[in-house]
Write a protein that binds this ligand. Structure first.
Ligand code: ATP
Ligand code: LTN
Length: 333
């Protein structure tokens, strides 16, 4: 008899630091929904990670719920996947502590996200910001994830996760599955519309720098019209044309068109026409997300039932790994 193969497992997360940007969407969340049929998926709101930057309690609480609703609006189905809020499963914080004792100071010091964020928040370079990757390693390793779908900015954290897992396995035997990153070929790094050499980020102070996935159509078009490009006229993907390359990547991601097709479509047309077309395509693509979000936010009881179930399921699955780790290290269970 043919043996049934166990599905590969996936874990990924996103911080509830604001409405998702088009970067979060194209680089990460958009790719999560189609994986649900092929893999065993767990997706989480990384609220513990988010407090490495100071959050206002009232706003934060509201944002955690609204980001949870956004995940569902982007097609993550709580009937197919485990969709949970990180802080509601205490195993994450516990494994994170253990793993931080198997993570070297030197390794953490090399993380570019730590360097960037400590420069940006110079008045609050806290220990959590520094040990952030140990918590991320715990998130992933607790679920024995095979694949971790993320944007390009997270590959360094993933590499560190693999190193921590290998180090731990080297001492105690095969405890952790070694995860692979799953970074999209196109769109892994969507750039800021105001400065196309910088990544688009939720926490950018300039509202024109990023498209939020709940922005209205006219807002979206206005932001694209203002997007920084170059002084040439040709819509084509070429080194040095950061602004245009970024817009082409975005247009390709929401329409499925290749760079050659886009170049042909806009041959002889100016940047103005192209920018409006990108804005319209993005707004049309995001319309169902906006509509589903409004519907879900009007049904708080449903949302609560989903995250409660997610917390329970994630606790049950992750407990197995945590207990194994505790036993291996020598704790009394
Ligand atoms: P913050 O600005 O608060 O640091 P962020 O916008 O970088 O947040 P995260 O919650 O840290 O968002 O990231 C969620 C996911 O989105 C990660 O997989 C990350 O790699 C991806 N991502 C973030 N920004 C981009 C981007 N500009 N392009 C592609 N993927 C991105
Ligand atoms: N650090 C990630 C968010 C995150 C994550 C994870 C992603 C927290 N835990 C586990 C994948 C797997 C970020 O996007 N900044």
């Amino acid at each position: 008899m043919e043996q049934q193969q166990k599905k590969k497992s996936i874990l990924s997360g996103i911080q509830p630091t604001g409405v998702f940007t088009l970067g979060n969407y194209i680089g990460a969340v958009k790719n999560w929904a189609p994986m649900q049929d092929e893999f065993d998926c767990a997706y989480m709101i990384a609220d513990l990670h988010a407090i490495t930057v100071r959050q206002d309690p009232k706003v934060f609480k509201q944002q955690i719920l609204s980001c949870y609703a956004l995940l569902l609006s982007c097609g993550i189905d709580p009937e197919k996947s485990i969709v949970f809020i990180q802080s509601q499963n205490k195993n994450h914080a516990q494994l994170s502590w253990v793993l931080s004792c198997y993570t070297q100071f030197g390794e953490l010091s090399r993380m570019t996200q730590f360097k960037d964020k400590s420069a940006k928040h110079a008045d609050n370079v806290n220990a959590g910001l520094f040990t952030y990757p140990s918590l991320m390693a715990a998130d992933i390793l607790l679920y024995q994830a095979d694949l971790v779908p993320v944007g390009a900015d997270q590959t360094q954290h993933l590499e560190l996760t693999r190193n921590i897992a290998n180090r731990f396995n080297g001492i105690y035997g095969n405890v952790f599955k070694i995860p692979e990153g799953y970074v999209p070929k196109a769109g892994a790094k969507i750039m800021s519309l105001a400065d196309p050499t910088k990544k688009m980020s939720k926490s950018d102070e300039n509202p024109n720098a990023c498209i939020l996935i709940l922005d209205e159509k006219d807002q979206i078009i206005k932001k694209f019209k203002r997007a920084v490009t170059d002084s040439e006229m040709e819509v084509c993907y070429r080194e040095g044309k950061d602004g245009i390359n970024n817009l082409m990547t975005i247009y390709g991601a929401v329409t499925g068109k290749s760079m050659d097709e886009i170049t042909a479509e806009f041959a002889g047309k100016g940047y103005g026409d192209f920018k409006v077309a990108v804005g319209e395509a993005v707004a049309d693509h995001l319309r169902p997300v906006r509509e589903e979000y409004a519907r879900l936010m009007a049904d708080k009881a449903y949302l609560e039932s989903c995250y409660r179930k997610g917390a329970e399921l994630s606790e049950r699955i992750s407990r197995r790994t945590l207990e194994k780790v505790m036993k291996k290290v020598g704790f009394i269970l």
